[in-house]
Structure formats: C-alpha cells, structure tokens
Design a protein around this ligand. Structure first.
Ligand code: ADP
Ligand code: MG
Length: 455
C-alpha cells in the first residue's frame, strides 16, 4: 500500500511530465517553476529562502548583490526533478550551485546555466531549456527531510508523506529503506490539526526542538494544497536550518487542470517552453497524444482501441509512432489537428486510422481525414478502417474524395497493410525516390497490397 501511495506521488512528482490518466479526455497536471511556487508559498506564511529570478547573468549579479548572505545558491528554473545532479548541454554540470556571493563567480556560473538545456534523469536526452535561474540566499542546512502531500486513490483523499532521508532520490529510499517513509491520510473534511502534524513530525524523525516549526509548516502546506487545488506538493529538502527552525528549500507543486477556472493566478505561471511542443499542441485540441519511437502513426478513438491497434501493428512486425486518442466525441477539426501532430513526426512512414463509430460518427471522422489529407499534402500512405455509426456514408465520402486513401474493413488487414506500406516508404526514402500509393482493384482475394507508383 505504501509503495502504491509513493508510486503515485513520485509519478506525479515528475516536474515536467504531463500525466495521461483518463479515458476519453486529455488530463494534464500543471507544473510551475520553483521560484513561482515559492512566491505562492510565501503568501501562505511558509518559510522559504529569500530569492529572485534572473534571466541573464547581469540580472543574477544584481540579485546576488541584494542578498545579505556570504553564499548564494543559483538554481536552474527547469521543470524537471534532479536538477542538482543534472548536466547542461554545454557540458557544465549541476543545475543547483552553492557558491560565494562574489560578482564574478555569480556571473560566470549564471552564464553557464542560462540559455542552455539542462539534462536530468527526468528530461530525456535533449533536456529542457534553462531560460531563467533563481538566485537564492544560502542557508545553513543541518539535516534534510522529505515531505509531500498528494491525492491518493487508495486512501481516497489527501495523504502526507514524510521521510528522514530527504534531499536525495526518494525512489531510492522507497526501494532500499521503506521503513524510513511514513504516511498520514488526511480527512478532507476534518483537515490537518496541529496535533496530528506534530505527531507526524515526530514520526518522521524531526528533532524535538524543530517539531513545532515543522508542524506549523505542514499545516500551512496543507492549506495551500487544498485551497490551490494541488495534486502534489513535494518539498525535498524540507530542511532543518537552525536550532528550532525548518525551511522548505525546494518546491514541486502540481495543480489539477480541472481547477484552471478558479486558479487563474496559478495557471498564468504556466511555462510552455518547458513542455513537449507536440504535447502543447495536443492539449490545445484536447487530444491524448503520446509520441513513441516507431514509424506507424495511429489515429484512434478510445484508449482501449489505441492499445489494441498498437498491439496488432506489432503483431505484423511494425512499430507504432505514437498513441493518439481523439476521444469519444471528436470533431472534424480535432481529426485534422491530430493528423498534423502525427505528420510532424519525421519517423512516420504510414498512418493507420482505426475508428469505432459509437457516439462518434464515422462520417465526421471521414470529413476530418479528407480535410487533413487534402490540406496537408501528405506524402505517406493513409490506411483507414472505420466501423460503426455511418460507416457506409464515411466510406463513400472517402471513395469520392479523389484522394489516395486506402480503406479496409478489417483491423487485421488494415494493420498488415500499414506495416507493409511503411516498409516500402522507408525503402523509398533510403533510395531517395518519391512514392505514392493508390488502391488496386481487389476482385479475387484480400491479401494483396497497394500498387506503388514510383515517380
Ligand atoms: P533538485 O531537487 O532539483 O536537485 P534542490 O532545490 O533540492 O534541487 O537543491 C539541491 C540541493 O541543494 C538541496 O538538497 C540542498 O542540499 C541544496 N540547497 C538548495 N537550496 C538551498 C539553499 N537555499 N541553501 C543551501 N542549500 C540549498
Ligand atoms: Mg530537491
């Protein structure tokens, strides 16, 4: 159970990874930068280190001068966890630097960070752009703890998670030393009392002298979590910084996207430069799009059908380029946008459309496909399998469109053709020839494939 609670927390905790969690609709969790999170936390009376944003080395120098401390911390504002151990694409290592508050040092390190991509274990090999750093006053860290609040399915409500093993990789703590992790389900009606928070602070190993400060911070964090519609608040490290004081030295806040209408101030902080471009586009049109590394683009309605489609492609020796679910009630516009997303991926060498028309009408899908195919000047074969409501109308529309769209009634046949045709396209690309496809007459049997026309 505990591992499930943690599992969810850690998954949600990825600073930059939008989670696909629901059928029939894209669901994304907003992540905001640590600097913005800390401003919000300050307004709740939370104890955060004084800091300022800097978008250039000169701004960093000015910010550092305004700090009274002898040391400052420069922190890459990149939406990914594990920044401290990250590496920039210029070879400079570390997304978090504690250094002397010295003008030339600040300038030098800031210039190695700003304008470069930071690669961490959560970003993939391209990393994420560091367009801004936070200059923070360094505090005297005595011990680092881990503290998180998240929504847990098993507990059917908020759960607080704490550990004495903070600062480091909490997944490793969960794997190697699970006893060092404690959790407390919180009754959403009753809230978190000072008493419960005090007990929890003791359980997670906070020294007696700091228990009051820790409990006070927990109650305030819970208030923020609740009022701001967070799905996750993760403070790592939650640090002891004085004889009787704790501080929230890092902040990872995720917000439920359904709350956008009442959390406009928070949602204004969204930084799309940190997100996958295709994902930003998909979100605009409420599409579930996950890019994969194969070469057959899939356009499907319903997550179950999407998975079956990916499976059957693999069964025929192919590999899906994406998972794209247009949802149960897609419009022709969404289908067009879905095609745009698929064809932006240079690896795509065939597109398989597999739609089951239930509430969704096949003719609406056909309209979108025809629109996209004529608009986008597609150079890859499109294989369409439509079943269900208004299938005949849809097939007729496609047949009369004058476009080279290949129809197939059976999923097996459609997947087989997609895989075979993608191979031809790949070969043609290698040979630098252009190839187009047209449906051949199939009077006798079903297992022939398209006739390629080399031009
Ligand atoms: P990340 O988790 O992305 O690596 P953190 O903000 O947790 O980044 O910073 C990494 C480490 O740097 C922390 O675990 C802490 O030891 C240290 N650190 C962060 N902020 C401060 C600060 N204001 N003063 C002193 N040390 C800090
Ligand atoms: Mg951290």
């Amino acid at each position: 159970m505990l591992s499930r609670v943690l599992g969810q927390g850690l998954r949600l905790g990825a600073r930059g990874s939008p989670a696909l969690t629901s059928l029939g609709g894209a669901r994304r969790l907003l992540n905001i930068h640590e600097a913005d999170s800390q401003e919000l936390m300050k307004s709740y009376g939370l104890n955060v280190a004084r800091g300022a944003k800097a978008k250039s080395p000169e701004e960093a120098v000015t910010a550092a001068k305004s700090m009274s401390t002898s040391k400052v911390v420069l922190k890459a504002q990149v939406l990914a966890g594990g920044r401290g151990k990250g590496v920039f694409d210029n070879g400079f290592s570390g997304g978090v630097h504690v250094l002397d508050n010295d003008e030339s040092k600040v300038r030098e390190i800031a210039s190695q960070m700003i304008g470069h991509n930071l690669i961490t274990k959560q970003t993939g090999k391209e990393g994420r752009p560091c367009n801004m750093i936070q200059v923070v006053e360094a505090v005297n860290v005595q011990k680092e703890f881990y503290l998180a609040l998240l929504l847990d399915r098993a507990a059917m409500g908020p759960v607080m998670i704490g550990s004495s093993q903070g600062g480091m990789d909490i997944e490793a703590v969960a794997a190697e030393n699970p006893d060092a992790i404690v959790k407390l389900p919180i009754d959403i009606d009753g809230g978190l009392s000072m008493e419960a928070a005090t007990n929890f602070a003791r359980q997670m190993g906070i020294p007696d002298s700091c228990v009051d400060s820790a409990a006070d911070q927990m109650v305030k964090l819970y208030q923020l979590f609740l009022e701001r519609d967070c799905s996750l608040v993760e403070i790592n490290p939650f640090a002891q910084v004085g004889p009787s004081e704790v501080m929230c030295l890092d902040a990872k806040l995720n917000f439920d996207d359904n709350a956008e209408f009442r959390q406009s101030g928070v949602f204004e902080k969204r930084d799309t430069t940190q997100e996958n471009k295709a994902d930003v586009e998909a979100a605009k049109f409420d599409l579930n799009y996950i890019q994969l590394d194969g070469n057959i683009g899939c356009l499907v309605n319903g997550a179950g059908l999407a998975m079956a489609t990916m499976d059957i492609i693999q069964l025929h020796g192919g590999s899906p380029a994406n998972f794209l679910d247009v949802g149960g009630g897609a419009t022709a516009r969404q289908v067009t946008e879905a095609f745009k997303l698929i064809t932006q991926d240079p690896n795509v060498s065939a597109i398989l459309v597999n739609i089951f028309g239930g509430i969704m009408r096949c003719d609406v899908i056909a309209e979108g496909i025809i629109h996209a195919a004529s608009d986008l000047d597609l150079s890859v074969p499109i294989i369409v399998r439509l079943q269900g409501t208004n299938r005949e109308e849809a097939k007729e529309m496609i047949a009369n469109s004058g476009l080279d769209i290949i129809s197939s009634d059976e999923l097996d046949d459609a997947a087989f053709r997609a895989v075979q045709l993608s191979k031809i396209v790949e070969l043609a690309r290698q040979a630098h020839v252009h190839v187009t496809f047209r449906e051949a007459e199939r009077p006798h049997h079903d297992d022939d494939v398209m006739t390629p026309y080399f031009t």
